[in-house]
Design a binder for this molecule. Structure first.
Ligand SMILES: Cc1cc2nc3c(=O)[nH]c(=O)nc-3n(C[C@H](O)[C@H](O)[C@H](O)COP(=O)(O)O)c2cc1C
Length: 192
């Protein structure tokens, strides 16, 4: 698949069917993350790839606790769109029946100064973008979500003790439907 097709075609998908992701495809998605650029080549990411039923059920138990904080954020942003709030809450509770969920933590608890912290965040975001685009190129849908940050402490304790902060999660799976692209806003760049 052309890169352009992946960049324009990828959508955040919040409902998956039961089809399994093959080990080869999953490994290639992880490898794409590992090949992202990173500030001073620190490769700041630490991925916890939840694939087993046991890991996913431990994760969804903890995710249930995020709903209260999440609803507050959603009410502020989508107060006039209760259907969006409902869809997102249902998605976060069940992770959309995703076949695999990747939790992206930082490798270390501390980075040096503002530049160090920004470098860690941006590098892990680059890795996540590589993963969602690679998934899309294989016909695998995804959603990048920061909602799990509402239960960051619990997730760190359960899945990544001694590692750094939780950046986000990525759900992965096959889907029977493709959402429409949310409108892109005007006035978000300037060429000078
Ligand atoms: C940093 C980040 C955090 C996000 N967090 C959530 C989330 O918590 N829950 C969710 O349902 N979608 C989440 N999304 C997906 C966005 O809602 C989605 O990217 C946006 O609506 C644009 O849609 P598109 O991805 O289909 O282009 C997140 C995306 C990004 C990049």
């Amino acid at each position: 698949m052309e890169l352009k097709e992946a960049v324009y075609g990828r959508r955040s998908v919040r409902k998956y069917n039961d089809k399994q992701i093959s080990d080869t495809d999953l490994q290639e998605i992880i490898d794409a993350g590992l090949h992202a650029p990173s500030a001073v080549n620190l490769q700041h990411w630490y991925f916890v790839v939840c694939k087993s039923e046991d890991a996913k059920s431990r994760l969804s138990k903890i995710m249930g606790g995020s709903i209260f904080g999440l609803k507050k954020v959603l009410n502020n942003r989508f107060g006039n769109h209760p259907e969006v709030i409902e869809e997102t809450v249902n998605f976060v509770k069940s992770m959309g029946n995703a076949n695999v969920i990747i939790l992206t933590f930082l490798q270390k608890e501390e980075y040096d100064g503002h530049e160090g912290i920004m470098g860690a965040i941006e590098s892990s975001a680059a890795a996540m973008e590589n993963m969602v685009l690679t998934a899309y190129s294989k016909g695998i849908s995804s959603c990048w979500l920061t909602a799990p940050i509402h239960v960051e402490d619990e997730l760190r304790k359960e899945f990544a003790p001694g590692k750094g902060r939780l950046m986000a999660a990525i759900t992965l799976g096959y889907s029977d439907s493709k959402p429409k692209m949310p409108k892109r806003k005007d006035g978000r760049y300037i060429i000078i």
